[in-house]
Structure formats: C-alpha cells, structure tokens
Design a protein. Structure first.
Length: 180
C-alpha cells in the first residue's frame, strides 16, 4: 500500500523564478510520531487520524500555526540547528537555514539580523571544507562579499518576492504574516 512521508518545508520566494524557488527547500524536517519515528501517511486515512496528524503538525511545527514573529522564526530555526544532529553536523544544511534567515531578515528590513547572520557565517566558514563549500556556494570570500551587499540583495529579494507572489500557483495558497 503506497504511503507518503510528511514533511514541514520552507521554500524561499526570493529567487528569480517560481521554478527556482520551489526547486529545493531551504528547510525541511519530517513529522515524527510519539516514539520519534517518521510518520508515513497512508493513501486512505480516516478523518480522526487526519485530525490527529494536523494536531501533531501544530505541536512540532509552531511556524504552521498562523502569523509568527520574525524572532520566533529565528528561535525555531536555530533550535533545529542546535538540536537536530542531521542538521547540526551538516554545513550545507546549516547554510540553507542561514540563507533562509538572511533572506527573511532583508525582506523584513531587519538589517541587524542580516548582519548577525553574516557574522555567524563568516566565523564558521573557516571551519568548513573549502572544496565542498566551493562546490555548493563558490569561493568563500566571494560568497561573504555578496552577503555583505545588504541594500542590493534587499532590492533583489523584494522584487523577486513580489513577482513570485503574483504567480497564480502561489496566489491561491494560504498566507500568514510575519510580525515583528
């Protein structure tokens, strides 16, 4: 009987096209049962089980509960970096989360938070393998220089988000607000 693994995923809307935005999530984590095992959703489920899964999603992923503050988003994502061993030990997954926080910070005009992420990355980047980093992100110095261009990056992010939000596929989705 076919089944589907349940994930909570966050995709950026600031890439140049919707296809690019939806290509790979910047953050993804599986829904877990009470024993810590990943949950697989069977093809046919009853309403009671579906409702219990929705509640489990709300418990495990507070970011799904509606409007959320930027500070709580950062706390939640940093908690996953600190406590999830699969994320904690993988610099590529760390970078994806840092890029997510950085992008949202610029979009929200939270330049202090973007600057904090820049400094966090620049402190940690020396520990990351240069060849692997180059494969995923290019030269470390170039990457850091690009991150430091806050005003340019913010303009690009805002323009791309506005463009992608007008796409009919995105326009039909539920929307939540990020508060301060």
């Amino acid at each position: 009987m076919p089944s589907y693994k349940l994930y909570f995923a966050m995709y950026p809307l600031w890439r140049s096209s919707l296809k690019e935005c939806l290509d790979i999530p910047l953050f993804q984590i599986a829904l877990l049962d009470d024993k810590g095992f990943e949950i697989y959703l069977p093809k046919d489920i009853d309403d009671e089980y579906a409702q219990s899964l929705i509640e489990k999603c709300r418990e495990q992923f507070p970011l799904l509960s509606g409007d959320i503050s930027f500070a709580n988003m950062i706390i939640s994502l940093n908690s996953h970096i600190a406590h999830d061993k699969s994320i904690n030990s993988n610099f590529v997954l760390n970078m994806k989360i840092y890029k997510l926080i950085y992008g949202v910070a610029l979009y929200k005009n939270e330049l202090e938070a973007a600057n904090n992420i820049y400094h966090l990355i620049s402190r940690q980047i020396s520990q990351w393998d240069a060849d692997i980093f180059r494969y995923w992100y290019g030269e470390k110095e170039d990457y850091l220089r690009t991150l430091k261009e806050y005003a340019q990056n913010r303009e690009l992010i805002i323009g791309n988000v506005q463009s992608n939000l007008s796409n009919p596929r995105i326009a039909r989705t539920n929307r939540f607000k990020m508060t301060y």
